[in-house]
Design a protein around this ligand. Structure first.
Ligand code: OGA
Ligand code: MN
Length: 298
């Protein structure tokens, strides 16, 4: 089978066909997928109804997987695999959650523009989302290209942003939607972390913004001033010209590069319709500030 890569948008996103992700990939086949990933940042693989084991095996080709704690509500996990994040509106028994369920509110935080795990010291490299059940309307996912957004900034702005460090925290993004009921250990395990605002995307060598709803403020700046800059940059970087919207079909596997894109889920009637998505998340190697300092010292 020959792999076919078809771009979906001028900046980011490509559909990949002619491969079967349920079975081990040959080295050349994987290299082709990786090349497409570095270039297009979002890859859509239609017609890949993977089991959790198959999804985990394919994801591991890109690096070590993150494991997800239960951030809110019952500690009981529906899927029972620490490598699979439950991106659904279903409770541990598999029923649609009620509006009162804290986990539903927490998950709605995914509807803000973000980058996965930017609140972790070593954040995510890429995420892979597999559509198991989808609602009849809404529930699309949008992706914005932070490299294209950076390129489009005026030179003067680029110079002003260079070297700025941003503090990221899961408490920031969830406070934006009024969520406070974190499980106790989350506060201890996830203190705020520093991330560079502008960095080089290793896959393409291009410079990129690094933004997220978890971005709280600029280190060394008055908090409100930093928030204003972050909000302004997020609004710019998510203008429609930088955004690809994905409409899901059951069996789609979509993977995105968390180092150079942002994404958000779009609303749907989440107390009525089922939406069941399973996510694996590949961890990056280093914190970006650490990486930069390592380079500076060399
Ligand atoms: C995610 C995410 C959005 C969506 O899985 O990381 O943000 O549309 N998903 O489900
Ligand atoms: Mn996400």
């Amino acid at each position: 089978m020959a792999i076919r890569v078809t771009p979906l948008h001028p900046h980011l996103g490509a559909e990949v066909t002619g491969t079967d992700l349920a079975n081990p990939l040959g080295a050349e086949e994987f290299a082709e997928i990786e090349r497409a990933f570095h270039r297009h940042a979002v890859l859509v693989f239609p017609g890949q109804p993977l089991t959790d084991d198959q999804q985990i095996a394919f994801s591991r080709l890109f690096g070590p997987l993150e494991t997800s704690p239960e951030y809110a509500g019952s500690k009981k996990s529906r899927l029972g695999r620490p490598e699979i994040a439950d991106i659904s509106n279903l409770d541990p028994e598999g029923r649609v959650m009620t509006a009162a369920d804290q986990r539903l509110l927490f998950n709605r935080g995914n509807q803000l523009w973000h980058t996965d795990s930017s609140f972790k010291y070593v954040p995510a490299r890429c995420s892979l989302l597999s559509a198991r059940e989808i609602p009849p309307a809404g529930g699309e996912t949008e992706f914005a290209d932070m490299r294209a957004a950076y390129d489009a900034l005026p030179e003067e702005k680029k110079r002003a942003l260079d070297g700025l460090v941003v503090e990221h925290s899961i408490f920031r993004s969830r406070s934006l939607i009024g969520f406070r009921e974190f499980n106790e250990e989350i506060g201890r395990e996830l203190p705020p972390v520093p991330q560079l605002l502008v960095r080089r995307h290793p896959g393409s060598g291009r410079k990129t913004l690094y933004l997220a709803s978890h971005a709280s403020h600029i280190v060394g700046w008055p908090v409100e001033e930093g928030r204003k800059l972050i909000e302004e940059l997020i609004a710019f970087a998510t203008e429609p010209r930088f955004v690809y919207q994905h409409r899901w079909r059951v069996g789609d596997l979509v993977m995105w590069d968390d180092r150079c894109t942002m994404h958000r889920g779009r609303p749907y009637d989440d107390t009525r319709y089922r939406r069941d998505m399973h996510r694996t998340t590949v961890s990056d190697e280093l914190n970006s500030v650490e990486r930069e300092r390592g380079t500076a010292a060399a």
